[in-house]
Design a protein around this ligand. Structure first.
Ligand code: ZN
Length: 385
């Protein structure tokens, strides 16, 4: 087929213009001419789809325009073999699932097996028949739990209920501690003198200290790696490990690095997207960890931030990643190599984990939990209240 291009007229042009208008790329004006505005809109469309932006509608652009007609909810979506459904509605669905923390691979507008699996998982979590197809009921549930719902995935809403109802004790909880990097990946490296530490070694030291403290308070603790693994475990596998252990809390430990020595401070990350979807429990844990560390160590407060990283997106429990200072900052590094300072960091994280299990109305001021009393409570044979 000859590409439809500038100067052409006819019903095909009218159709192209209608789709572009529906996509808000072209003003809604009558006419069947491929005019300058139409050409501009076609280029914009091609750019947005990663097609070569020549401003003409050939076979490939035509197929993409055709797929773009579909608005989410206009038809039932399902995993068709061997010709999977494609379209803008599939892309919208995938984006929404991604925002809610489901693993659809990517928003490629193709309703493949991963999308179908993610839909089934969503259906299971909201109590619908998990058939992996997206019809009116599933659409309704997606709409109700749509992007405006803070807390994201329904599972997380249940998580915060579970945490509220299970009482404030740490005994019997499972905490997965994730020392970042390791193996072939040392993380941030600062090769100078007596203060030479790699990020991988330093965060493993922090993780083992935290493990000891939490275990003494009756917590089941699992580390995602040993001190010197052969390979570096990918973040998806770390998340999968925490999920398979049914962890109550997931804490990933890192230190930051920057080309200049001036950057310093601590920051904590939780799951969330630019559209304001966030894991409510993750955000709370991040806030507690951040405030306790700042109060107990004096590291600069680089605040908490929402990120859609695999590690935070795929974990099904309150999960945070802490960047405990910059190894590239002489000031932070001097603190971090001091084992007493690392103990203070560990106490801060432990206090945050404890506060996570206090009901919000019984929460205590930052810096006020004496970590040594937590052990004493366990020694006295405390039970869940
Ligand atoms: Zn790191």
């Amino acid at each position: 087929m000859r590409p439809i291009r500038s100067g052409d007229r006819g019903p095909a042009v009218t159709e192209i213009r209608a789709v572009l208008t529906g996509l808000d790329l072209l003003a809604a004006t009558p006419g069947d001419e491929f005019d300058v505005a139409t050409e501009r809109a076609v280029r914009a469309f091609q750019q947005s789809r990663g097609l070569s932006a020549d401003g003409r509608v050939g076979a490939e652009t035509w197929r993409a325009l055709d797929a773009a007609r579909w608005r989410l909810g206009a038809r039932t979506l399902y995993h068709a073999v061997p010709d999977p459904l494609t379209g803008e509605d599939v892309r919208s669905l995938q984006e929404r699932l991604l925002e809610m923390g489901y693993d659809v691979g990517g928003a490629d507008a193709v309703y493949g097996v991963r999308t179908s699996r993610a839909v089934a998982q969503f259906q299971r979590e909201v109590g619908l028949k998990p058939d992996g197809s997206c019809g009116p009921y599933t659409m309704g549930a997606l709409r109700r739990l749509g992007r405006k719902v803070v807390g994201g995935r329904p599972q997380w809403l249940r998580e915060s209920d579970a945490i509220r109802q299970s009482g404030p004790t740490l005994v019997g909880r499972t905490v997965v501690i994730d020392p970042g990097h390791g193996g072939t990946d040392p993380g941030v490296v600062v090769p100078d003198g007596a203060l030479r530490w790699t990020e991988a070694d330093l965060v493993h030291d922090l993780a083992s200290r935290l493990e000891g403290r939490l275990a003494a308070a009756g917590v089941r603790v699992q580390l995602t790696r040993g001190p010197a693994p052969r390979d570096c475990l990918p973040d998806v596998d770390r998340a999968e490990l925490a999920n398979s252990l049914g962890a109550d809390v997931f804490i990933s430990l890192h230190t930051d690095g920057h080309p200049g020595p001036a950057a310093d401070g601590v920051a904590t990350y939780h799951y969330g997207t630019d559209n304001g979807v966030t894991s409510a429990t993750g955000e709370r844990l991040a806030g507690l960890v951040q405030r306790e560390i700042v109060a107990r160590t004096g590291l600069r407060d680089c605040r908490t931030h929402a990120k859609a990283w695999d590690l935070l997106r795929l974990t099904r429990m309150p999960a945070v990643r802490v960047e405990v200072g910059y190894l590239t900052s002489p000031q932070d590094r001097a603190r971090l190599v001091d084992p007493r300072f690392r103990d203070r960091v560990v106490e801060a994280i432990m206090a945050a984990v404890q506060r996570m299990f206090f009901p919000i109305e019984r929460d205590v001021p930052t810096g006020s939990i004496d970590v040594s009393t937590l052990r004493a409570v366990v020694a006295a044979g405390a039970v869940r209240d």
